[in-house]
Each structure stands twice: as structure tokens, then as C-alpha cells.
Design a protein around this ligand. Structure first.
Ligand code: SF4
Ligand code: SF4
Length: 161
């Protein structure tokens, strides 16, 4: 019974609070500002949408999109399979298997280099960690896929981007 009367008192307090004219005035100003802002946008008639895919938005400088592995001046992959990127990756989405490199200027190269783009959070840590400037995040953002498996990019795909 005591609980019921407490609840009634509480409800009464709430009603009194919301009917306070000063409180109503507090809400009225931001609501009016919001409506004016909306009206300004309507009158300016600036389009905020684009007709994708006929129109494409240019990403801002520094946008972190799809990854690519770089090649050196001889067309070889720059990656030396040091595992720095996979160690730094917070999403654990880089898988590397190293093999002996057939060249004299490095010991290893990646036999397998996969990135699971469905797990990637596009943080750029892999690019930051790479000592050879071998991996980078490009401005490309629109590579579609029908299956999850297609979003696991292998070495060939990463080198072709
Ligand atoms: S961008 Fe971040 S999450 Fe994606 S592969 Fe690189 S380190 Fe991992
Ligand atoms: S991409 Fe860079 S950090 Fe990653 S394994 Fe290759 S050389 Fe090392």
C-alpha cells in the first residue's frame, strides 16, 4: 500500500515538473532553433544525396579504404613477410605464410597473404607498422562481393588493386 502511494506521489511530481512554464521555455528555444535550421536547408535546396552508382563521391584525402600490396621498381612484391602488420592488426584479420625469397636482396617473401576484409576495421595499423612501405590503404571503397569468401583478399588480388 505504501508503495502504491509513493508511486502516485512520484507521478504527481512528474506532472507538476512538466507543466512548469520555465521548463517548457527551456525546450522551446532549441526546438525553434532546430526548425529554423531545417527551414534554412529546405530553402537553400542543396542536394545532400548523390545518385550512386551513376554518380560517385570522391573520398576525402586520407580516406582508408581497400588495401593493396605494393610492388617495387622491378615489379616484385615489396613485402618481405616480416609479420609486423599481422602482429599490429587489432582485428587479427591478416594471415601470412612466408617462404624463402628467390632474390638476393631479401630472405623471405609471402607465399600466402590473406586479409579478411569482413573483419578488418580499416584502422590503418598495418600500413603504419610496415617497415617496407609494402601495404597501403587506398581510397577505393566500392568492391562488391556476393559471398563472405570473396571478401578474403589473397596476395594476387591485393597486388592487383
Ligand atoms: S586496417 Fe587495421 S584491421 Fe584492417 S588489416 Fe589493417 S591493421 Fe588489420
Ligand atoms: S606487408 Fe609490410 S609489415 Fe606486412 S609482412 Fe609485408 S613487409 Fe611485413
Amino acid at each position: 500500500m505504501a508503495n502504491h502511494s509513493d508511486a502516485s506521489e512520484e507521478n504527481q511530481k512528474r506532472k507538476t515538473a512538466t507543466s512548469d512554464p520555465r521548463e517548457k521555455a527551456t525546450y522551446a528555444v532549441p526546438v525553434a532553433k532546430g526548425l529554423i535550421n531545417t527551414l534554412k536547408h529546405i530553402l537553400r535546396n542543396e542536394p545532400n544525396t548523390i545518385h550512386y552508382p551513376d554518380e560517385k563521391r570522391t573520398p576525402y584525402p586520407g580516406y582508408r579504404g581497400e588495401h593493396r600490396l605494393k610492388r617495387d621498381e622491378l615489379g616484385r612484391e615489396k613485402c618481405v613477410a616480416c609479420f609486423m602488420c599481422s602482429t599490429a592488426c587489432p582485428a587479427h584479420c591478416i594471415e601470412i605464410v612466408a617462404e624463402e625469397a628467390p632474390w638476393d636482396d631479401r630472405e623471405k617473401r609471402p607465399r600466402l597473404f590473406n586479409i579478411d576484409m569482413m573483419r578488418c576495421i580499416y584502422c590503418g595499423m598495418c600500413e603504419e607498422a610496415c617497415p617496407c612501405d609494402a601495404i597501403e590503404l587506398t581510397p577505393v571503397f566500392n568492391i562488391p562481393a556476393r559471398t563472405r569468401a570473396e571478401k578474403i583478399y589473397d596476395k594476387d588480388k591485393l597486388l592487383s588493386l
